[in-house]
Unconditional design. Structure first.
Length: 229
């Protein structure tokens, strides 16, 4: 059997619950991407894109005939935004790495956002949540406000990661706090479990990036200076 066809149709039965293997695999790619992001490695972006594609097919259940009867348009939509922002983040981190990166072998050096950038982040979160809340009222959604909050926060967190802002981990924690109960209620249990793990992982990621941000900047060596010139 074609491995892709098998992955598309394969199901995991736990009691009376039916779970798609591609939901499990997609979330595994997501977790691997998060680990790469914490380590500030360029490969985190393409790995995450693979997971996004798989999860998109899971959350639009009405289109792809998944065991879950609920379609989470916010969760599905964020996979599309993830892919778009990840392509940009992939390019940006690779460019930073090739120019010397953080000086410690990683792609980028974390930094705190400036106050104007933080204000922009807050305004975009409020505007995006309101806008998607209205949109989901038109097209239908499983929980307009929660899906709008999750979608907006996910977009902004990915954008903040691409820019190297330490705050992006805090945005993810805010997303996970709403995402876990939403996914449990909708029956997407692997994703709900992973969201819970993400929440703990984001705390660790925040502490890791904070430590790197506080580290003194190492002077560039001759080879790095030549690359960045």
């Amino acid at each position: 059997m074609n491995p892709l066809l098998w992955l598309f149709d394969a199901e995991l039965h736990i009691g009376d619950s039916v779970i798609l293997w591609r939901e499990v695999v997609g979330n595994a790619f997501g977790l691997a991407s998060a680990i790469g992001g914490m380590r500030r490695r360029v490969w985190a972006w393409p790995v995450g894109i693979v997971g996004n594609v798989l999860l998109f097919t899971v959350f639009v259940g009405a289109v792809f005939d998944t065991p879950q009867e609920t379609t989470l348009w916010g969760q599905a939509g964020r996979q599309i935004f993830f892919i778009a922002i990840s392509i940009w983040g992939w390019y940006r981190w690779r460019e930073s790495r090739d120019a010397g990166g953080a000086g410690d072998g990683a792609a980028i050096r974390p930094r705190w956002a400036t106050w104007p950038e933080r204000l922009l982040l807050v305004c975009l979160y409020a505007a995006g949540t309101a806008g998607f809340w209205w949109l989901f009222g038109v097209i239908g959604s499983y929980g307009r406000l929660t899906e709008a909050w999750i979608l907006t926060g996910s977009i902004l967190a990915t954008w903040g990661m691409a820019r190297g802002w330490v705050e992006f981990w805090l945005v993810w924690i805010a997303v996970d706090a709403v995402g876990v109960p939403t996914l449990v209620n909708a029956g997407f249990y692997p994703s709900a479990v992973l969201y819970g793990i993400y929440g703990l992982f984001c705390v660790a990621g925040f502490v890791t990036w904070l430590r790197v941000e506080r580290r003194p900047i190492r002077p560039l060596g001759p080879e790095v200076e030549q690359v960045g010139a």
